[in-house]
Design a protein around this ligand. Sequence first.
Ligand code: NAD
Length: 286
Amino acid sequence: MAKQLLGKEVTAALNERMTAKVAELKTKGVEPTLCIIRLGERPDDLTYEKGATKRAEAVGVAVKKIVLSEDISKEELIATIEQVNADDSIHGVLMFRPLPVHLRDDEVEICNRLDPRKDVDGITDLSSAGMYMNKPLGFPPCTPSAVVEILDHYGIDVTGKDICIIGMSRVVGMPAAVLLMNRNATVNVCHILSHDVQEKAARAEIIVSAAGKLGLVGAGHVSPGQIVIDVGMNWDPAKNGMSGDVAYADVEPIVDMITPVPGGVGTVTSCILISHVVTAAERTLQ
Ligand code: NAD
């Protein structure tokens, strides 16, 4: 039976560390603050905002909300971002995306107006550059950071390890590969056009699946001794809920360690955003 790598254990430890750091920052006159920029009232955004606010306040991080009209112009949105950039009391910014349809073509340009030092969600090109250069210019996206946080929490050293990542998106698979290579892992990134994904996965020591395909990783993809991190979040009609990319019942008896879905990567991802705000606040003192 595989050991379960549980998001709640990782977040408990992370929250404890953050609470201590926030208390320390407050003694130095810095109150770590997240600014949430929301355009309109999309239900998904409201749900995420509620969760992020709760998690921030639980560790002492303050939250400022800026709610803008859904039909705001590009110029007005950029002006808001510039105000936030100039506001020293704000350390991190979460701006919900995708932006409304009339701003979609300008989304990259608008995101890049955010000061990368406040880019706790990893949406600017300079955050990406910092990740590739392994320099603290901004922040990586939260989900790949959550993968690394889980491995760290359970003391899994990736140095020299063969890791197969299934999925090559710019928000999950690719940055996960960079973060793991920065730690000297040997990474094989597979995507929809890759050959022999099953064999490549079965040969790896760690599998990170981020394809977004329900049940993609089956018994044939895995071998004894492996660690499987399931990033996938897919609607599963059989259980009328969410499941990962990994066919859990088939894979769990074979491998050594595995993250469940739900209760694995997703649980950690939401706390990473808040930990990035704390780090951004710490960096202002350096
Ligand atoms: P995406 O659709 O942008 O990218 C999917 C990637 O997987 C692509 O590179 C594609 O080529 C590859 N792929 C698809 N089918 C494949 C196959 N059969 N074999 C090999 N590669 C294949 O998706 P995304 O935004 O990167 O998200 C991936 C999954 O992670 C989704 O299920 C998403 O819901 C989930 N997700 C979870 C969290 C979290 O916090 N747990 C956060 C973000 C995304």
